[in-house]
Design a binder for this molecule. Structure first.
Ligand SMILES: *Cc1c(COP(=O)(O)O)cnc(C)c1O
Length: 358
């Protein structure tokens, strides 16, 4: 039996989107593919509220995270982490020989604008990475306040991981001054995994051109240049099938309306938070809660594994806690094309299984 996915990626994908991927292929050096990519870019620019270049990579989101920190750090990167995915960015820097410092907070807390100010004011850094929405803890960082600090340091390239929030939460790239904004297809965009997406500013591009040893596959300069020189094509063969699905889904998202989509995510988040507070506790600092997933503190000491086993029999799946938070927390994703009614149905089943009152 298929289990409807309430996990923070891959998410539940509607059949009509999956069907797009069964279409016959086209060459990756044709007018048709250029048009496909142009349509995708135009809609992604709307989604990210940006005029910056939009780039795709046939990898998961991590590909562009690694590409960004490696290609765009000339001096040293300041990596701000509020959980597993922030730390991953630091590991990428270290393993590529990119100088970097890691700034962490206690799990469940957010990165504060003060921390960012303190680090950048040293003048040591020329690139900063922020996780917008931390998928392990369910924290959504105060990106506007952080952006206001970063704006005071024009030499700093501002990179943001919006993998689990883009298309579920409003991210105004140009207003925030984000130089590289990264996401993946398999989260709030509601598509299968297999493409990374990013926006890249001219400033980030100019910086990258001064950096040696950018690698090849994730060389952000090479990708940026090829899109311009070859009318929206890529250095190597992209995942054309998933691009069909992405083009289709972006049209659907525009039809739903961006504001409506973001509002739907907030509605679902509020419902799950209300339930979590009634029967458990919320793990993250309540001032910085994610709109796309909720990490619930397992205050009742239930077996999350057993709960998921029972949910599976009913055709649903949620996520256990991430890493060390396994069994201590569990995560309910409320993102992509899932509706409030579907979330209510899931919660109804959890209530029944755990004998909780409505
Ligand atoms: C899922 C996730 C990633 C990793 O993305 P992949 O597409 O799996 O490479 C990075 N950051 C955050 C916040 C995520 O949720």
């Amino acid at each position: 039996m298929h289990k409807k996915l309430f996990i923070p990626g891959p998410v539940e994908v509607r059949q009509e989107i999956l069907d797009q991927m069964a279409k016959p292929l086209i060459g990756h050096r044709t007018k048709e593919i250029s048009e496909l990519q142009r349509n995708i870019s135009n809609n992604l620019k709307k989604l990210f509220y940006t005029e910056n270049q939009v780039m795709l990579s046939t990898s998961s989101g991590s590909g562009f995270m690694e590409g960004a920190i490696r290609s765009c750090t000339a001096k040293k990167a300041a990596v701000f982490s509020v959980g597993a995915f922030g730390k991953r960015w630091y590991k990428m820097a270290v393993s590529n020989g990119v100088p970097a410092d890691l700034f962490e907070v206690e799990m469940g807390q957010a990165t504060s604008p003060q921390m960012v100010e303190e680090a950048l004011s040293t003048g040591e850094y020329d690139l900063i990475t922020i996780t917008h929405n931390e998928t392990s803890t369910g924290v959504m960082n105060p990106i506007k306040e952080i952006a206001d600090v970063v704006k005071k340091y024009p030499e700093v390239v501002f990179c943001v991981d919006t993998v689990s929030s883009a298309a579920g939460s409003k991210i105004e790239v140009d207003q925030l001054g984000i130089d590289i904004c990264i996401t993946s297809t398999q989260k709030a965009l509601g598509l299968p995994p297999g493409l990374a997406i990013c926006t890249m500013s001219n400033k980030a591009y100019e910086r990258a051109k001064t950096v040696k040893n950018r690698g090849l596959y994730f060389d952000m300069v090479e990708i940026y240049d090829t899109i311009n020189k070859k009318d929206h094509q890529y250095p190597s063969t992209p995942n054309v099938s998933l691009m069909y699905a992405l083009e289709y889904q972006l049209d659907q998202i525009m039809e739903e309306g961006l504001e409506n989509r973001f509002a739907r995510h907030i509605e679902m988040a509020q419902y799950v938070r209300g339930w979590a507070k009634k029967h458990f506790e919320i793990f993250a600092d309540e001032k910085y809660l994610s709109n796309t997933l909720t990490t619930v503190k397992n205050t009742r000491g239930i077996s999350v594994k057993d709960l998921n086993g029972e949910l599976a029999k009913r055709g649903f799946m949620i996520s256990n806690g991430y890493g060390d938070l396994k069994e201590k927390t569990f995560r309910i994703a409320h993102m992509a094309d899932i509706t409030l009614d579907e979330v209510k149905e899931l919660i109804g089943h959890i209530n029944e299984i755990l004998n909780l009152e409505e």
